[in-house]
Design a protein around this ligand. Structure first.
Ligand SMILES: [Ca+2]
Length: 223
């Protein structure tokens, strides 16, 4: 089984003729996990870890339950309050600011350990970083975030595009599927209860894919 790769939820198995194949991971045989490794599935059940969730999904392969089971978020299942109309409108304001701040952190990190960002990324982020009109990281009121977006619109364009391309990897086709969005969604849901509704509404044509155009529109980016 060395160098034999199986997708998530499957493990390599060698039969009596010495032939390797991928079979479903037995959820009961998953390594033990810590509390913080628990995950919540879209079936609203808590799993001890991703191994148990994807093993279960594999065993349900071909069934409706199996198709519907995904990783929902990275914590035990908990009560997630409904996202109100007012909150969902505020969400992109905070998320845009958050994306910009992540890039600022990456830029600072890259100053110490160069090679963290590509040449092209560095030069794009440098312009935002060196702009002294930039709003510093912190908790800001909705009014301030809105004002800053109108005034310094150009600073938000790249962070929004950057996040899209970070997620658009399997395959790279300017469309985000449920599973491409999952890494971002799963880590944010426990803190940001609006993210699910936000992404649902972001898919304007309801084809279950978020196109780059839809993504930019959701974040108020025009071009
Ligand atoms: Ca894609």
């Amino acid at each position: 089984c060395r160098n034999f790769h199986c997708k998530q939820g499957k493990v390599c198995h060698v039969d009596k003729h010495g032939k390797s194949s991928c079979i479903c991971q037995d959820p009961a045989a998953c390594p033990s996990t810590k509390d913080y490794e628990r995950v919540c599935g879209t079936d609203n059940k808590t799993y001890d870890g991703t191994c148990q969730l994807f093993g279960t999904k594999c065993q349900l392969e071909g069934t409706k339950l199996g198709r519907q089971l995904h990783l929902d978020y990275m914590s035990s299942c908990k009560y997630i309050p409904n996202c109100t109309d007012y909150e969902v409108k505020q969400f992109p304001l905070r998320m845009r600011d958050w994306l910009k701040n992540i890039l600022m952190q990456y830029y600072e990190h890259d100053l110490d350990t160069s090679g963290f960002l590509t040449e092209k990324q560095r030069s794009k982020i440098k312009k935002i970083y060196q702009d002294d009109k930039r709003l510093m990281a912190g908790d800001h009121t909705v009014e301030l975030l809105l004002h800053d977006f109108e005034k310094n619109y150009h600073m938000y364009v790249y962070p929004v595009h950057w996040q899209f391309h970070q997620l658009d990897q399997h395959p790279i086709d300017r469309l985000l599927t449920h599973s491409e969005l999952a890494p971002l969604r799963a880590s944010l849901v426990p803190m940001e209860h609006c993210i699910t509704r936000f992404f649902q509404e972001c898919d304007g044509d309801r084809d279950k894919l978020i196109a780059l155009k839809e993504w930019c529109h959701c974040f108020g980016i025009k071009e």
